[in-house]
Ligand binder design. Sequence first.
Ligand SMILES: *Cc1c(COP(=O)(O)O)cnc(C)c1O
Length: 432
Amino acid sequence: MKREELIADDRRYLWRPYTSSEDHERKDPLVVVDAEGPWLIDADGRRYLDGSGAWWCNNLGHAHPRLQRAIHEQADRWMHCSLAGTTHEPAVRLAKELVAIAPEGLERVFYSDNGSTSVEVALKIAFQYWQQNGERKRRYFLSLPGAYHGDTIGTMSVGAIDAFSGVFSPLLFETLRPEEPPAEQGFEGVIAQIEALLESRGHEIAAVIVEPLVQGAAGMRMYTPAQLRRIDAARKAAGTLLICDEVFTGFGRTGSFWASEQASVAPDLLCTAKGLSGGALPFAATLASARLYDGFRGGKNRALMHGHTFCGNPLGAAVCLEVLAIYRDERILEGIAPRSEAIAATTARLEALAGVRRSRSLGMVAAVDLGEGGYLGELGWRVHDEARTLGAQLRPLGDTVYIVPPLNIPLEDLDRLLEILERSIATVVGSK
Ligand SMILES: *Cc1c(COP(=O)(O)O)cnc(C)c1O
């Protein structure tokens, strides 16, 4: 199919995610015909560095030969059977390996197929746990301002990004949440409000849910391990559960395997997706403590009545097992230090540009705020257009531009990506 024909049919038949009809009709998408490592290759053979990591999940580069082989080998056997009444080696082995690398105390694995469902499962486990273990008053969740946990009704209820979920507010359940502090005040005000809420209403709270260290969709906002530890200490004092949504931050994105490790925080529930499958297939898991699993012991009336057709899908599980093997064999985490230094040096330099409000980095995440327009701001999109002409594909969060490249991006490609980021930003906001 020719590029023009394909774009015409895309406009005619697709309903694209997070895309206004105006943009769908007006802006030309990149037509990807191939991809390898950190590169996307378009219909004209042009190569673009994939700065948004296939929407934050491509941790090992595109078309990793070992992941391709793992999928082939499993597909040659069989592709799917359920985890209800049947079981299979890929799902069982993966659960065992995930428990071995999970933060202390997480001993059970519940599978689903995307980040949102992994969070839904965590919310349902936490809620039902208290309902059937004598603390029925614990029916609220506490989340952070700017929280993003997915796009289903339950995850939007604990989320707090008005541009995404505002219209649905009549459908959402009530969630406790500190007020958004002024941008310049940082995260300290939030922590103080969380401590106060847990002190006054802790006995009504089923769980505190956080994106540890980096609030992705809020604009790659960052807070410190010490601040995460304070949230953890306050929730422990209130006797409530902690859910770490590591859908984005897990699998090395922030420099450690799990972001919560940097704070030595051990949650009761941990959600993982995105990098779990190396960004190759839809696959997710919710890890739970033995205490939570024990709270569901008994007959049918105490079971978790939740399951998805593709829970533990063998193709997905096989690819996740290979992802873990690649992290070990290719020493993926050890490779982050030199890369994150290069990233940090660039964000520090960008801070000096006249039009840059703030910049920050952690591990393999760099973010630059160009304005205060939030998700609906247009400045980031101007940088996107500029970067496209220079050979990089970005996906800004409104006025915030960021990069989340594969963790194993070759250093020279990373330097090129950082140079494109810097030049595009300088072109759009001008230099001092
Ligand atoms: C992306 C994301 C989700 C949702 O994952 P999907 O696979 O897109 O449903 C949930 N939580 C966080 C922190 C995310 O970044």
